[in-house]
Design a protein around this ligand. Structure first.
Ligand code: FE2
Length: 427
């Protein structure tokens, strides 16, 4: 009798254990599904990255074997003034690589400058392109690398162009040496060139436009003026923030985007106040690299989508246009994904306890405004340019034509009215 009792107890215990295991597994599965842990994604980034103080010294070693004659694409003065151009030429010479400087890049780089660079690279028979500078220099280098070995001009590859649907399979090898913590172009495929005929400023990018090698040396950033540090730092913040909010985000892009937001919130102000602060510069350089990869994976959303036309048509600084749209964007979109916007509010430094997720999400615009205020970038469109109702309609049309991918990434679907309202309420 006693034996039967013991066996019965064991059977009951066995079933209890079985049910508990089942419920536990079910709970984990539900949590996984809720948090999107099993969302399918693929990761690929072919860029060989040299990061950190002193990495510029490795330029020769980094490009050894990639070519014998390099076009160095850079801006009109700062790379020469600070000695980076000369140093690059010397480092390349150590590896018997000849250098041809092309010092014509402007902020908001132009399609005509790319055309000019393509002419030079063909005449001089260079077999390698090095972008030395901020996003403008690196993006121009990428565009030249496309057109050097493919048919047509860079504008042919932009939306509406005759090769818009054709992916260039090959480019010349691209090397990116960034001197700002801004576009993240050194660690992703994207390039943004202003079409001088239409003033459109689309972002394009292909498997072939990843840099083969990138160098991110924060020592090259120590001389960046405070105004440019602020504008490029804002770009880092919005890359990270928009990648985090994107419908295309995944567990990995969230991880790096959140780290980039945190690093920017903690270090941008210090880098602006004291440009020689190597620790702040290094952390912003890292934030930029991470944010550059985050947008490569998840893309941007409507802030960049609406910011590019504003910058292209009125020749405005990219970072300033993002700052002018950002707060309104959060006000108009926080209800689309309360959990993410709540987390964003905290990442942006919002201090507040006992709030529900929805309440915290509603604080994200205030948190962003407070941060932008600290770095003197709490801007409205009216602070940058005066635009009227007709301009707003033109800008919204342009947004859908040139930045449709970013519009589609938005956490809630957007139509032309929504984009017009984003401009209108940001005035
Ligand atoms: Fe950007």
């Amino acid at each position: 009798m006693e034996n039967i009792y013991i066996i019965s107890c064991k059977v009951v215990l066995y079933y209890i254990l079985l049910i508990e295991t089942f419920l536990f597994s079910l709970e984990i599965t539900i949590n996984i599904l809720k948090k999107g842990l099993i969302k399918l994604f693929t990761l690929s980034n072919p860029v060989k990255l040299f990061f950190g103080k002193g990495s510029f010294e490795k330029l020769g070693e980094a490009v050894d074997g990639l070519g014998t004659k390099a076009l160095i694409v850079t801006g009109k003065s700062s790379a020469r003034k600070h000695g980076f151009l000369q140093k690059a030429i010397e480092l390349l010479a150590e590896k018997d690589i000849e250098a041809v400087p092309f010092e014509k890049v402007t902020p908001n780089p132009l399609s005509t400058t790319v055309d000019e660079g393509v002419k030079v690279i063909k005449e001089k028979r260079c077999d390698l392109v090095i972008g030395l500078g901020g996003g403008s220099a690196m993006d121009t280098a990428k565009a030249i690398a496309i057109c050097a070995v493919n048919e047509g001009k860079i504008t042919d590859y932009q939306p509406g162009g005759k090769y818009a649907d054709k992916e260039p399979e090959e480019t010349l090898p691209i090397v990116a040496v960034t001197t700002t913590a801004g576009t993240g172009s050194e660690y992703n495929r994207y390039l943004v060139i202003t079409n001088v005929k239409t003033n459109e400023k689309p972002g394009i990018g292909y498997e072939s436009t990843y840099p083969t090698v990138s160098i991110v040396d924060p020592r090259l950033m120590l001389t960046v003026p405070s105004e440019i540090t602020a504008d490029t730092g804002v770009d880092v913040l919005f890359h990270a923030l928009e990648a985090y909010l994107s419908r295309e985000s995944n567990r990995y892009s969230d991880l790096i985007a959140k780290e980039a937001i945190k690093l920017t919130v903690e270090n941008l102000e210090a880098a602006i106040k004291d440009g020689k602060n190597i620790e702040a510069r290094t952390k912003m350089a890292w934030a930029n690299t991470l944010a550059g990869q985050a947008i490569d994976i998840a893309g941007t959303v409507a802030i960049h989508a609406a910011g590019h036309p504003l910058s292209g048509h009125y020749d405005l600084t990219h970072g300033k246009t993002l700052a002018a749209l950002g707060v309104t964007y959060l006000e108009q979109n926080y209800q689309a994904d309360p959990e993410k916007f709540a987390s964003l509010a905290k990442l942006l430094g919002y201090q507040g306890d006992n709030l529900s997720i929805e309440e915290l999400a509603s604080k994200s615009p205030e948190a962003l405004r407070n941060f932008l205020q600290k770095i003197n970038r709490n801007l409205r469109i009216n602070d940058l340019v005066k635009i009227n109702e007709e301009d707003i309609k033109k800008l919204a049309r342009d947004t859908f034509k040139t930045m449709q991918g970013a519009v589609l990434n938005n956490p809630r679907p957007l139509n032309t009215d929504d984009i017009e309202n984003l401009y209108r309420e940001s005035l």
